[in-house]
Write a protein that binds this ligand. Structure first.
Ligand SMILES: Cc1cc2nc3c(=O)[nH]c(=O)nc-3n(C[C@H](O)[C@H](O)[C@H](O)COP(=O)(O)OP(=O)(O)OC[C@H]3O[C@@H](n4cnc5c(N)ncnc54)[C@H](O)[C@@H]3O)c2cc1C
Length: 397
């Protein structure tokens, strides 16, 4: 379509023609994941959210078949895709629901990545191919009841006992916890922070789901209890000895989140746009009101800017140039903008905006978790503050 001047018309769903920034392979991947979400997630996600369930065992092999689990890793059955492709998959999954994207982020970036990056060859052979196929589910245990933003205060301990290690402690808010076959557990030792691969049927390991969540309901979130869990040294990730290890995993996962947030925001904007042109009040579509148009315009500008930022960061990552502070920039800004878009979209839908008949309040509630996990908005602000001033403001002096 073209305008009266002959210039091409702008597409309300891709106002800046960002599609043109993708190559054919990236578009194919994006369309494949979008179709999967339309077929397998959207028809049922309202019910999962309402019931507080996620069909992990059903969806994991399907996601594995699509090559989405650990997709940015090489070898061991992983797809070896680019960072851009991984980001686009996260965007489309989270346009469905943050729970679906969280599952893929945790499996690929928080459970598989540390094995791939810090594991022994035997550990990689044992776990990665089955995790890539979605036959084995992983989780990542860093947060504890008394240490969230400050993981250096963790209390979980691993002590040597002969040739073995014995783990004691509690991990909190662990995605996939009660459905996992293997938990990557971070624990303090006399020689620094180490990661352990804990098969979840090991005696002394227990996982309990956290009840009464009103956010990320279509996602499993659990407490892990480790009570004298005895493991051989071969369960310890040999190549990591400090908090830098788990923090590098979080960096991988945050990269997916900054794309995912753009997806959730897009879904809310599109729901509001569709609703506003159909819903009539005072004899005209509510999209006719200047106040509604302003909301829609503010939304589309934020959605497009978030997508553009995500693509820019992905290109940097593919060139090996992405710094952790830049990931903080993307996570902080894209999630807060997505929350803004979700809240504004909810208002456009009026009373219908508070039901699960529409996706908006589900995304809005989910984003309250997304803004908290993988570094809160405040923590990423402090990371950026430290980057631009050189001064660490994390703890009062
Ligand atoms: C649904 C969900 C799933 C999760 N999945 C996982 C998972 O799979 N694995 C895992 O290990 N963890 C997971 N988490 C935990 C998550 O990473 C933590 O909740 C997060 O790190 C924040 O920690 P906290 O909740 O203890 O908050 P706190 O750290 O107690 O923070 C509370 C408030 O204080 C602010 N604050 C803290 N420190 C500072 C500071 N220095 N300056 C200014 N403000 C500050 C925070 O920004 C926040 O606003 C999940 C959380 C949720 C909600």
């Amino acid at each position: 379509m073209s305008t009266p001047t002959g210039a091409p018309a702008a597409d309300p769903r891709d106002l800046l023609r960002l599609d043109g920034l993708l190559d054919d392979e990236e578009r194919l991947l994006r369309d494949t994941v979008r179709r999967f979400v339309a077929d397998r997630v959207l028809p049922e996600v309202g019910a999962w959210f309402e019931e507080g369930t996620f069909p992990t065992r059903e969806l994991a092999p399907a996601l594995g078949e699509l090559g989405l689990l650990g997709m940015h890793l090489d070898g061991y059955g992983c797809a070896g895709a680019s960072a851009t492709a991984y980001g686009l998959a996260c965007l489309e999954l989270e346009a469905g629901d943050s729970g679906a994207r969280s599952f893929v982020s945790v499996q690929g970036s928080l459970a598989m990545f540390p094995i791939w990056r810090f594991g022994s060859e035997e550990q990689k052979q044992e776990w990665l191919p089955r995790m890539a196929a979605g036959e084995v589910i992983g989780c990542f245990g860093l947060t504890e009841p008394d240490s969230g933003s400050d993981p250096g205060a963790m209390r979980t301990r691993a002590r040597r006992d002969g040739a073995d290690w014995v783990l004691d402690g509690t991990k909190m808010w662990i995605t996939n916890g009660s459905v996992a076959d293997v938990a990557v557990v971070w624990a303090r030792t006399d020689g620094g922070v180490h990661g352990f691969l804990v098969p979840t049927d090991t005696p002394g390991f227990a996982a309990r789901d956290i009840p009464r969540k009103l956010s990320l309901r279509a996602s499993v979130t659990s407490e892990l209890v480790l009570d004298g869990v005895r493991l051989p040294d071969s369960a310890r990730l040999p190549e990591v000895h400090s908090l830098r290890g788990p923090l590098s995993c979080l960096d991988e996962a945050r990269f997916g989140i900054l794309f995912g947030a753009a997806g959730a925001a897009r879904a809310c904007y599109e729901a509001a746009l569709d609703y506003a042109v159909q819903r009539e009040q005072f004899g005209v579509p509510i999209a006719s009101f200047q106040l509604t148009q302003r909301k829609l315009v503010e939304m589309v500008v934020r959605v497009q800017k978030a997508t553009l930022l995500a693509l820019h960061l992905a290109r940097l990552k593919d060139e090996g140039l992405l710094a952790p502070a830049q990931v903080s920039f993307g996570k902080m800004d894209n999630v807060r903008e997505a929350l803004w878009v979700a809240r504004e979209a909810r208002s456009v839908l009026g009373a219908n905006g508070i039901t699960l008949e529409y996706p908006v309040i589900r995304h809005m509630n989910n984003l309250e978790s997304v803004v908290t996990y993988e570094g809160t908005n405040e923590v990423h602000t402090l990371v950026l503050g430290q980057t631009i001033t050189g001064i660490d403001a994390f703890a009062p002096r």
